[in-house]
Design a protein. Structure first.
Length: 401
């Protein structure tokens, strides 16, 4: 069964989105975990404040009053901090369901704190006849609120443990899913890349290669549908296996009437700095370059087109298009495709291949030989102008003026 590249990338995109959401959830849980530790520190701080209030000295009433007012107000602020921290406890609200219990504990703590402040205020500020009784009452409330704070700390530690276990489970599951999915898509992307290499190869010796993707299969079928003019070796260039000059004439003769309404263009490409007299590379490497250029040109060939290697470093391309502009645009795309070919020389250096071209529109009443002659003249102008360019007849005319 062939797999759809589009579906693979859509699923991969969805996987990346879900992974991002999972990372965001884990980040939120980590931040909440830090908030939970802040709650415990807050409760411990309240214990210290209450302990300091219970041990104020009555020798200096004014100082005791200042200390009492400051610390009792701070106690209420600490409880409000706990309420504000709980607003962002989404795990406790929606996953663990302990938010109501925690808010109830805060209400009870607020009441105990109020009673403690009232009792401490009466003991430290007012002159009481039954001081011992009020002192004992303060100690009892102090003991109660301390015990309640200890129980809240223990419960918060329990909440933290539940959050940690939840975070642990989510992290493990996310890691396992990410690990499996990564290798799953790695195999598929590797297979897709294998299809690309298979289609891109010039000498494809893997006749038994099984296409993985639907899109690559469709491309191969389209490539295989290209009309084969002849199996006659006399019509084919022995190096590139595309038409030679004789094969080009035969192919053009067979195809020229397929679309009479189209414009016919004739272009001769010449590989820049690549002559038989100044051969810079071995014969084997030179032939590899010629094969790659021929293959690149053939990728743009349509049913009504003719391509041929007509000289050592020259390729002739005859296009049939609905407009002159489209024909020139397609020729320039071929030029760009050739310039994007990368080779590694035997010495390891990377080299780039470029080609210049002479482009003409063939009149219906003009012979192909005459059009080829004109295209070669225009090619000479392109070579003088600089490599990796396409010239037209009007360029030659403007230059002469």
């Amino acid at each position: 069964m062939k797999h759809s590249i589009n579906k693979i990338f859509n699923n991969l995109s969805m996987f990346l989105i879900l992974t991002t959401l999972a990372v965001g959830l884990v980040t939120l849980l980590v931040l909440e975990q830090n908030s939970s530790y802040s709650k415990i520190n807050n409760l411990k701080n309240q214990k210290e404040l209450i302990n300091s209030l219970a041990n104020l000295q009555k020798k200096d009433i004014e100082l005791a009053l200042i200390q009492f007012n400051g610390k009792s107000t701070q106690l209420q602020h600490e409880i409000e901090k706990l309420r504000n921290l709980n607003k962002y406890d989404y795990t406790g609200k929606f996953l663990l369901g302990n938010s109501e219990e925690y808010l109830s504990d805060l209400d009870n703590l607020s009441k105990l704190t109020t009673n403690f402040n009232k009792s401490a205020h009466e003991y430290y500020i007012k002159n009481l006849e039954n001081e011992e009784e009020k002192n004992q009452e303060l100690k009892n409330i102090f003991s109660s609120i301390n015990k309640f704070l200890d129980s809240m700390i223990i419960r918060n530690i329990g909440y933290n443990e539940e959050k940690f276990y939840l975070l642990e489970k989510i992290t493990v599951v996310a890691f396992i899913l990410t690990f499996i999915t990564t290798f799953w898509y790695r195999r598929r992307l590797k297979s897709v890349y294998g299809d690309i290499l298979h289609l891109y190869a010039i000498d494809n010796n893997k006749k038994d290669y099984v296409i993985f993707s639907q899109e690559a299969d469709a491309i191969q079928l389209r490539m295989n549908r290209k009309p084969v003019v002849t199996d006659n070796p006399a019509m084919l260039d022995p190096v590139t296996q595309i038409n030679n000059h004789k094969g080009m004439l035969s192919s053009y003769s067979n195809k020229k009437g397929m679309k009479d309404s189209n414009f016919t263009s004739v272009t001769i490409f010449e590989i820049d700095n690549f002559s038989k007299q100044k051969r810079a590379f071995s014969q084997e490497f030179t032939q590899a370059i010629l094969k790659k250029v021929a293959f690149t040109i053939s990728l743009h060939e349509q049913a009504t087109d003719v391509i041929a290697r007509t000289d050592y470093n020259q390729f002739t391309v005859i296009l049939s298009r609905a407009s002159k502009e489209q024909s020139f645009k397609d020729i320039d795309i071929i030029r760009q495709s050739i310039s994007e070919i990368k080779f590694k020389a035997p010495g390891g250096d990377s080299i780039t291949i470029t080609a210049s071209g002479g482009f003409i529109i063939k009149p219906n009443n003009q012979s192909l030989d005459e059009s080829l002659r004109q295209a070669k003249e225009v090619l000479q102008h392109a070579k003088k102008k600089g490599k990796n360019s396409i010239s037209q007849i009007r360029d030659v005319a403007e230059h002469e003026l």
